[in-house]
Design a protein around this ligand. Structure first.
Ligand SMILES: [Zn+2]
Length: 234
C-alpha cells in the first residue's frame, strides 16, 4: 500500500525536479550561465529573431547608443531572413543558437535534440559564416540530456536573471521597462542578464515595438550604472 505521505513526497519530488527544468537560475541539471561575473556588467539578450521590421528597428536603437547585445536566433527564421541575421552580425552583436524550430526540449529524443541544435548552428553559419558558441533552450526548458548535447556540440548554455514578460499579449513599453528596471535593481549576484524578445517563435512579423521602445528607455536609465556587454564579454 502506498501511504499518503509517500504520494505527497513523490509529488513534491516531481514538482522539485520540474521546477529545476524551467527555473532560469537553477544549476541542478548542470552549469548554465545566468548572470555576469562582473557586477558592473549588464547583458541585453534578445530571443526568437530574426524578425521582420523589429529586429532592424532594435539594431538602430542599439547602434544609436553604441550598445552591443546578444541575439539567440531561431534557425528556420535565419534561413528565411538571412539578410537580417547578417545585419545583426554587422552591428557587432553576438549571434547565438536558439534551436531550429523552437520546440520544448524536455520532450525530444537525443537525436532530435542534436538536429535542433546543429541545424540552427548550420543556418547561422550559412547566412553569416559565424560559428555559434552559446545556446539558450526555448522556454528555458532543459534536462540533463539537453545540456549533454549542447556540450557535445561545444555550445555553452545561457539562461538569464531578469525576465521582462515582453512576449505577453498585453505587454507595453511601460510594462516591459518596469519589469526590467525592478529585476535589474533587485540583482544581487553579479551583473544582470536581461531576457527580451525581438521576435516570436510562432511566426515572423510579430509586433515587438514595445521591446524596441523599452530597450531605448532601459539603456538611457542604466548607462551610467553598467557597461552593456555581449554574453562572451561578461
Ligand atoms: Zn524563445
Amino acid at each position: 500500500m502506498i501511504s499518503k505521505v509517500g504520494i505527497g513526497s513523490a509529488l513534491a519530488g516531481a514538482g522539485y525536479l520540474a521546477y529545476h527544468c524551467y527555473s532560469p537560475e537553477s544549476q541542478l541539471y548542470g552549469r548554465t550561465l545566468t548572470h555576469c561575473a562582473n557586477p558592473k556588467n549588464l547583458a541585453l539578450t534578445y530571443d526568437d529573431g530574426p524578425n521582420d521590421l523589429y529586429t532592424e528597428r532594435l539594431l538602430e536603437v542599439l547602434a544609436r547608443h553604441e550598445v552591443k547585445a546578444t541575439f539567440f536566433l531561431i534557425g528556420r527564421f535565419v534561413s528565411a531572413r538571412p539578410q537580417i541575421a547578417r545585419s545583426i552580425a554587422d552591428g557587432g552583436h553576438l549571434l547565438a543558437n536558439h534551436t531550429e524550430t523552437h520546440p520544448n526540449l524536455l520532450f525530444l529524443s537525443h537525436s532530435k535534440l542534436r538536429h535542433q541544435l546543429s541545424n540552427c548552428a548550420q543556418a547561422i553559419a550559412d547566412a553569416t559564416g559565424i560559428q555559434t558558441r552559446y545556446f539558450r533552450p526555448p522556454f528555458g526548458a532543459r534536462r540533463p540530456a539537453v545540456l549533454e548535447v549542447a556540450r557535445e556540440l561545444e555550445l555553452e548554455p545561457v539562461m538569464w536573471s531578469v525576465t521582462c514578460y515582453d512576449w505577453h499579449r498585453r505587454a507595453s513599453a511601460e510594462s516591459v521597462f518596469n519589469h526590467a528596471r525592478k529585476g535589474i535593481e533587485r540583482s544581487r549576484i553579479g551583473g544582470p542578464v536581461v531576457l527580451l524578445h525581438d521576435g516570436s517563435h510562432t511566426t515572423l512579423g510579430q509586433d515587438r515595438s514595445h521591446t524596441v521602445e523599452a530597450t531605448d528607455r532601459l539603456i538611457k536609465r542604466f548607462k551610467n550604472d553598467y557597461c552593456f556587454r555581449r554574453i562572451d564579454e561578461i
